[in-house]
Each structure stands twice: as structure tokens, then as C-alpha cells.
Ligand binder design. Structure first.
Ligand SMILES: CSC[C@H]1O[C@H](OP(=O)(O)O)[C@H](O)[C@@H]1O
Length: 356
């Protein structure tokens, strides 16, 4: 069992093919941007932070062996390939934010006469490679901030029961995870009584990936069906819900895996605190609200089949949005590596943090 979703060394990138988990643990090579786009679009690798890291590293391995006649040529290559990678999946903002930052860097280096084209290439490689360790350190901070927030929100002292949705662990990031990082931190603090994970139809990130991680780490965990959440919150004394995010708008509205919105509604009905855990690289202050978030719609086959086995009647119409938007009013707190924010204060506090 491996939880390392991404394997990288200079000029070489492999990803754990998550379509084969949990039955088969197999790494596939990503030899350039075309491969990067395909493994992201097919969801062989998925998860907002992992998408950005794999996308950028696919460009890094592509340019690594190359020599460029000018900085302008290299800049054009970087800009064109990064914008192409953004098109692989539209909802998560992390790839777009990473692309914009790296394109801005390429523009600055192009103008800097003290930097030659080889130095510019190496600087791009260095900054792209640093995304791996930064993501892990961000997730550790999210875990610590989130565990504190969950325990403070709990009605009683002592270990807590939490519910999570989809997969937000090592298989969605460079390691440790966001919402699942909060769960891991609670366990490290000996404050996790139990974690419940939803199966997360139709891709089954919960049953196939989160359960895989929880069994691997030997955490006290139970898999539940997406349809069980209301009954679970009514019967099992869950102290908090902690989910991930693919894009958080300036007002705190959050796009996350389909089913998140209805979990938030049920949590509100039962008075259970509902937390979103996400790095700053998932927060898009450029859009005012969740109404502006593009929701990816995926192939019908993901609903009508499990693997090669058909489970839906041929000819039935399908609607398969991969995400939904949870309004800020249903969110107790947004857990980041820089702190936990009320949705209503997010834009002001993040802007102040980033000196925007
Ligand atoms: C750590 S962010 C993970 C985020 O991404 C998942 O979506 P997908 O599996 O389609 O990439 C889900 O929304 C998770 O919350």
C-alpha cells in the first residue's frame, strides 16, 4: 500500500494511478505536459493541490532536458503549456493560481537582464519543485489549526467523532492532506474517537481512497453511504464535519465534491459545526461568490458503470456535476495554513495576510 500520490526527481515524474486503487497500486510515468493533462483530465491523479503540483511538474520534466535559444522562447513555452494545463479540469483553482504565478515569474525573469536563459530555466524548475514540500508543510499547519478549531467547537471535552467527504488526504495532495490532515492531527493528539467517511459516488473517492488511507494509518474509521449522512448525524454524536475545497470564493462560498452542499444542510439541521479545510492556494479572491465558479460535468459512464460493470439502465439520461457549491452561511470556519477564518471575514483577513 502506498500513499505517495506523486513521485518526482529531476526530469522524472510518476503518479499513483488512482483509478486502479484500492485493488492495484501502480505508478504511471508522466513524461510531459500532454501526459500531465491526460492523467489530470482522466482523474488518474485528482485533488485540487495534487492537480496543480502534477500539472506544473509535468512542465518541469518536459523542459528539463531542453535548451532554449532565448528567454522569450522559454517564456512563451511556459505560458502556453501552463494555460493548456489549466484546461484539464475547470473547477479547482489551484492549477490556475500556480499557472498565473509561474507565468508572472517567467515574465519577470525575461525582463531581468542579469539572468540568462539557462538560469531562468533552473529558477523555474527550483520554484516548481518547491511546491511539493510547501504543500506538505501547509497541510501540517492546516491539520494543527483544524484540530484546534474542531476541539474548541465540540460541545464536550475529550476525543471527538468527525465526518469527512470525498478524499482530501495524501492522495489529493503532496502528502498528509487537508481535511484528512485535520483527522490525522486529531489522532496524533489522541483526540480522535472515530472518523466516518462517505463513499462519495460516483468516483467513490471515499470508499476507494479515503478508506484506503484510513486503513493504512490504522485510524478508527467507518465507511458510510452518501445517503446515510442524516441518519449518522442524528444517531452517532458526530462533533464536526470537515471537508476539503476545490475553490473558495471571496465571500466564503465553497465548491467541493458533489454531495458537500447537502451534508452542510444536514449539519446545520443537526447543529453540527461544518468546517472547510483548504490551503490559500484554493482560495480565489478574484471571484465574489460561488455563483461564479464553473462546475465541471463529467461523463455519464462514471454514473452508469462501476468499472466495466453496468449498474444503470441503458438509455437513461444522467446529470453528473463533479462539484457543488456550499454557501458561506452553512460554513462554521475555513481552516487554512495561516489560521481559521469565518467565511464573512475571509476576504478582508486573507487580503491583509497577503498584503493585497
Ligand atoms: C485536498 S482538495 C481535494 C478535493 O478534490 C476532490 O475532487 P476530485 O476528487 O474530483 O479532484 C474533492 O472535491 C476534494 O475535496
Amino acid at each position: 500500500m502506498s500513499l505517495q500520490s506523486i513521485k518526482y526527481s529531476a526530469g522524472k515524474l510518476e503518479i499513483l494511478d488512482q483509478l486502479l486503487l484500492p485493488v492495484q497500486s501502480k505508478y504511471v510515468a508522466v513524461k510531459g505536459v500532454e501526459d500531465g493533462w491526460k492523467v489530470i483530465n482522466k482523474m488518474q491523479v485528482r485533488g485540487a493541490p495534487a492537480i496543480a503540483i502534477v500539472g506544473c511538474l509535468s512542465l518541469a520534466v518536459e523542459i528539463f532536458p531542453e535548451t532554449y535559444e532565448s528567454k522569450k522562447t522559454l517564456r512563451q513555452e511556459i505560458e502556453g503549456k501552463l494555460n493548456y494545463l489549466v484546461s484539464a479540469r475547470p473547477t479547482a483553482v489551484n492549477m490556475k493560481i500556480a499557472a498565473d504565478e509561474l507565468i508572472s515569474l517567467a515574465n519577470e525573469l525575461t525582463k531581468d537582464e542579469s539572468v540568462n536563459v539557462e538560469e531562468m530555466k533552473q529558477k523555474f524548475l527550483d520554484i516548481t519543485e518547491a511546491m511539493l514540500q510547501k504543500d506538505i508543510s501547509d497541510n501540517k499547519a492546516i491539520g494543527a489549526n483544524g484540530a484546534k478549531a474542531v476541539l474548541e467547537s465540540a460541545a464536550k471535552d475529550g476525543p471527538v467523532r468527525v465526518l469527512t467527504h470525498c478524499n482530501t488526504g495524501s492522495l489529493a495532495t503532496a502528502g498528509y492532506g487537508t481535511a484528512l490532515g485535520v483527522v490525522r492531527k486529531l489522532h496524533e493528539l489522541k483526540k480522535l474517537e472515530h472518523v466516518y467517511c462517505t463513499e462519495t459516488r460516483p468516483y467513490n473517492q471515499g470508499a476507494r481512497l479515503t478508506a484506503y488511507e484510513l486503513v493504512h494509518d490504522k485510524l478508527p474509521a467507518t465507511l458510510v453511504l452518501d445517503s446515510m449522512v442524516a441518519a449518522l448525524l442524528r444517531a452517532k454524536n458526530v462533533a464536526a464535519v470537515v471537508v476539503g475545497a476545490d475553490r473558495v470564493a471571496a465571500n466564503g462560498d465553497t465548491a467541493n465534491k458533489i454531495g458537500t452542499y447537502q451534508i452542510a444542510v444536514v449539519a446545520k439541521h443537526h447543529g453540527v459545526p461544518f468546517f472547510v479545510a483548504a490551503p490559500l492556494t484554493s482560495i480565489d479572491l478574484q471571484i465574489p461568490s460561488g455563483d461564479h465558479i464553473i462546475i465541471e460535468e463529467r461523463p455519464d459512464r462514471e454514473m452508469t458503470h462501476v468499472g466495466e460493470h453496468r449498474i444503470a439502465a441503458p438509455g437513461i439520461n444522467c446529470w453528473n456535476p463533479a462539484f457543488d457549491v456550499t454557501p458561506a452561511s452553512l460554513i462554521t470556519g475555513i481552516i487554512t495554513e495561516r489560521g481559521v477564518f469565518k467565511p464573512q471575514q475571509l476576504k478582508e483577513e486573507i487580503s491583509a495576510l497577503l498584503d493585497l
